[in-house]
Design a binder for this molecule. Structure first.
Ligand code: ADP
Ligand code: MG
Ligand code: MG
Length: 889
């Protein structure tokens, strides 16, 4: 029989799929002997069954009541017992952390009777009524669907009436009155009464948590974080402990290290006399955790000890929620904490130094995406001017945008391409769409553990929080700084998430420390720890990786940069840009040539220019392979725009003038060459077979450039690559011409030219006949952009704007197949081509030169598929090195 409920004493951290992250870690802490309030977990399986059928799986409530009875027996009182009620929290918790995205309901078991019992046993009427009003509020909003702003307004109204600022200044009778108001609100809004039966409260709360899996913000968060929609959430039912029992109680959040920088130290926020949700919500201003030492030294020491235990046990940065009830410390949650990219690198290096993890584990803990983030530019410190405000540097990076004050406005403006900065007092899960749309998030309240900080860090968004000197007036759509400067919606500001500062206007950017290191080597001032940690991760990756990393580069400058970034050659040198600019004239002449002689003249003029291009690149990559692709795009791309020509001619005619003869000739050519589907038209190898002299000229330019480099004492390693081959006969014809020209050049110059000839595999037919193609190809390079287009039948230029967002919404795919290689379809073709190509030619060199070569997930695939190298843009080279290393672990 399936089992749906596990006691905290039965689970463990390896059961996150079944018990959720929170449940499995609560169990783990229980096993470690840490003080965790007892409880049990309803499995994700129960949730899935409920969501699939709309009703609870048979046997669920039987199991729940058995576990509840055990809990009641050990507590010596029962749920909602009128004279001394056992109270429970009902907490969501999925396999992957989704902070604040689903529901949690506290203080289950209170009603009009037990609130009086609680008041008596606790000796605090105020506490009892405060707990009750929290329950009615949470239950009303979460389970009964009343808009939570109603409750907030009622609370604000009461505070105004009493003339107090903080919730804590409301008296017991104020709070009792508030409970009545809340209950009336619920009745008015739903026609239903707040349930007095503790068992009913529990049951409905559990189902509401199940349902919150499909809440709008949970779904949005999952899409953004690529979390599967069918996992479901577990539900943790746990005995309540109380942080709101007066000054010797409180709640807090802590990190075992700084989640923003990874450095050692004490990081966290503490709020005396409060329940846990107040800390994260930023309702009141917290104090730094270090304060707790002064307030309650014994609890502080115990907390520190538990934090050390957890960090050693998990061998990683942990984040923790805790509550102190009248001097007794309780651990309410832990998990391996989300961290910034910088922190991930620093932490990995430090944990390795401390011997807690091996160098390979350290490499596994960092990511190419994180490295890419550290390569983003920073603000130029000499150009920032005076800060408008300072706050907590919660999530690093530099962002410029116009100020907006709510989520809707952020989404609205971002949709039309505006860069925005979302400014809030504090964020709530409802702000998620705006946070996703914004470049940066700025709040006036809350610390490193606030909702804004946690979510922004998870998404890699810039965030400054707790900028307390700001007065944010959302209704008036403006904020005011300490010196009275008013900043209206629509004003441009620059947010520095690394320094925790906000500047007026758009501050110019400079290279990040990591880029400076990659460009110039070590020895830079500042950010030393980070740079050092990145250097160590890269060097470990270089040691363990099997895949080589090359760059896609078309100019000597790009080639040189790629080399500094660690590229081991060029995997794709496109020749099309060499036909642009002032060379267009020559290309036009070639296309329009009426006779062979005219065409040969145009090609002869192009030859020395191409030779110079190639020689420069070969020099920059001296000693390393440079794969040069013969011309790929359709020739009409080099001609002027059809409409432009037509308009010019028509205008001349309208003025009664004779149109320019060259324009007329060009328009004729453009019309002749027009293609409905240029992507599938006369391009790639087809050009080489149809346009006389083109391949000959390009190969001669390559051969002469190699000769020139050899004579200069260099070690050029040119490889000639033929694009868009679909059949071995195409390649055979072109290759014969390539070899003829190379032999001729070689004879003329008296040097040996050894240039391998290979092909791109970018059509399904090429992949499917790779065994034949390998008879003529000395290497393969997967052109995964075209291969994705042609496999899916998507035109990349058209679909990305049109229907991809709908496809993403509907879950047809979770990332664009142009970003991350589609393993199932395109990947299968890659697998076939590798196997069949190597069957024909065992030493066939195989690489990839599509955009996917720099995408982390795809790099892992190419490693597994047995490729020899990936090639990507120069800035992605370090990312690919790192991921190639991680793939080899
Ligand atoms: P989230 O996943 O959004 O963090 P949690 O389930 O952790 O939600 O609960 C929200 C808040 O309620 C937390 O701050 C936590 O400390 C508090 N809380 C949860 N369970 C208990 C409990 N048994 N006793 C006291 N506070 C609790
Ligand atoms: Mg929590
Ligand atoms: Mg292509």
């Amino acid at each position: 029989m399936v089992r749906y409920v596990y006691d905290f004493t039965e689970g463990g951290r390896d059961m996150a799929g079944l018990l959720g992250g929170k449940g499995s870690n609560l169990a783990e802490m229980t096993r470690l002997g840490l003080p965790v309030p007892p409880g049990f977990t309803l499995t994700t399986e129960a949730c899935r069954a409920f969501l699939a059928t709309g009703s609870e799986p048979a046997g669920l409530w039987g199991e729940v009541s058995a576990h509840l009875s055990a809990l009641e027996a050990s507590a010596g009182r029962v749920l909602g017992q009128p004279d001394d009620p056992l109270l429970l929290s009902v907490r969501s918790g999925a396999k992957f952390s989704m902070p604040g995205m689903m529901e949690t309901i506290l203080d289950i078991g209170l009603n009009d009777g037990s609130v009086l019992g609680l008041a008596k046993v606790s000796g605090s009427e105020r506490f009892a009524w405060d707990s009750y009003r929290r329950l009615v509020q949470m239950f009303g909003a979460t389970v009964m669907g009343v808009d939570s702003s109603h409750f907030e307004q009622a609370l604000t109204l009461l505070k105004d009436l009493r003339g107090v600022e903080e919730d804590t200044h409301l008296t017991a009778s104020d709070l009792a009155e508030l409970v009545e108001t809340y209950k009336n609100l619920i009745h008015l809004e739903t026609g239903d009464r707040f349930p007095q039966s503790p068992a009913e409260q529990l049951r409905r709360a559990v189902l509401a948590v199940f349902e919150s899996w499909n809440g709008e913000r949970a779904r949005l968060y999952r899409r953004r974080e690529h979390i599967a929609d069918d996992l479901g959430t577990a539900v943790n039912v746990q005995r309540m402990v109380f942080g709101n029992l007066g000054a010797d109680s409180g709640s807090g959040v802590a990190f075992t290290r700084d989640p923003a920088t990874g450095r050692r130290g004490l990081y966290g926020d503490y709020l005396p006399d409060a329940q846990g949700e107040d800390v994260v919500a930023g309702i009141r201003n917290t104090v730094p955790l270090a304060e707790l030492r002064r307030l309650d030294a014994a609890s502080y020491d115990r907390l520190r000890a538990h934090m050390r235990t957890l960090e050693r046990h998990y061998r990683d940065l942990c984040d923790i929620e805790f509550t102190i009830e009248r001097g007794t410390l309780w651990m309410l949650q832990t998990r391996v904490g989300k961290r910034t990219a910088e922190a991930a690198f620093v932490l990995a290096a430090e944990l390795a130094d401390e011997g807690l993890i091996t160098p390979d584990e350290a490499l596994a803990r960092v990511s190419g995406e994180g490295l890419a983030r550290l390569m983003f530019p920073r603000f130029d410190a000499s150009a920032t001017g005076t800060a408008l405000a300072r706050g907590v540097p919660a999530s690093p990076g530099a962002a410029v945008g116009t100020v907006v004050f709510d989520s809707a406005q952020a989404v609205h403006r971002a949709a039309v391409g505006e860069k925005v900065v979302l400014v809030r007092q504090e964020t709530t899960p409802d702000d998620l769409p705006g946070m996703i749309a914004a470049q940066a998030v700025l709040t006036s309240r809350g610390g490193k553990t606030s909702h804004a900080a946690v979510v922004a860090r998870g998404m890699g968004k810039v965030c400054v929080c707790g900028a307390e000197e700001l007065t944010v007036n959302t209704d008036a759509r403006r904020f005011t700084t300490a010196d009275g400067t008013v900043v209206e919606e629509g004003t441009v500001v620059s947010v520095d998430g690394s320094a925790g500062a906000v500047y007026p206007g758009s501050v110019p950017l400079v290279d990040s420390a990591v880029i400076r290191y990659l460009e110039d080597g070590p020895g830079d001032e500042g950010a030393q720890g980070t740079v050092d940690a990145v250097a160590r991760a890269l060097s470990r990756a270089d040691t363990v990786r099997r895949l080589e990393v090359r760059a896609n580069a078309d100019t000597p400058e790009d080639a040189a940069r790629a080399r500094r970034f660690g590229a081991q050659g060029i995997g794709l040198c496109r020749t099309e840009h060499m036909f642009l600019g002032e060379r267009r004239k020559l290309v036009e002449q070639m296309i329009l040539a009426g006779t062979d002689a005219e065409r040969d003249r145009a090609l002869a003029d192009l030859l020395p220019l191409q030779r110079r291009d190639f020689a420069g690149i070969l020099e920059a990559m001296d000693g390393l392979p440079v794969t040069i692709r013969l011309l790929d795009p359709p020739l009409h791309e080099f001609l002027p725009d059809r409409t432009e020509l037509a308009v010019r001619i028509a205008t001349a005619q309208a003025r009664g003038e004779e149109p320019d003869a060259h324009d007329v000739e060009l328009l004729g050519a453009v019309n002749r060459m027009h293609e409905e589907n240029p992507m599938l038209g006369l391009r790639g190898v087809r050009l080489g077979l149809v346009v006389p002299g083109l391949v000959t000229m390009q190969v001669r330019a390559i051969g002469e450039a190699v000769t020139e480099r050899l004579l200069a004492g260099g070690a050029p390693q040119a490889e000639i690559m033929v694009p868009l081959v679909g059949d071995v006969r195409e390649l055979r014809l072109v290759r014969a011409e390539v070899q003829r020209v190379l032999a001729e050049t070689s004879r003329a110059a008296g040097v040996v030219l050894d240039c391998p000839v290979g092909t791109m595999i970018e059509l399904p037919r090429a992949a499917l006949t790779a065994g034949r193609i390998a008879e003529e190809a000395e290497f393969f390079s997967f052109g995964t952009n075209d291969l994705t287009q042609t496999t899916w039948g998507f035109s990349r230029d058209d679909v990305e704007a049109e229907f991809f967002s709908a496809y993403l919404d509907k879950g047809v795919f979770s990332t664009s197949p142009f970003e991350t290689l589609d393993r199932e379809g395109v990947g299968r073709l890659v697998g076939i081509a590798v196997a069949e190509g190597r069957a024909t030619r065992p030493d066939l060199k195989i690489g990839v030169c599509g955009e996917h070569g720099g995408d982390p997930d795809s790099v892992h695939f190419f490693h597994t598929a047995g490729l020899d190298y990936v090639s990507c843009s120069p800035f992605r080279v370090p990312v690919a090195r790192l991921e190639a290393g991680r793939a080899a672990l």
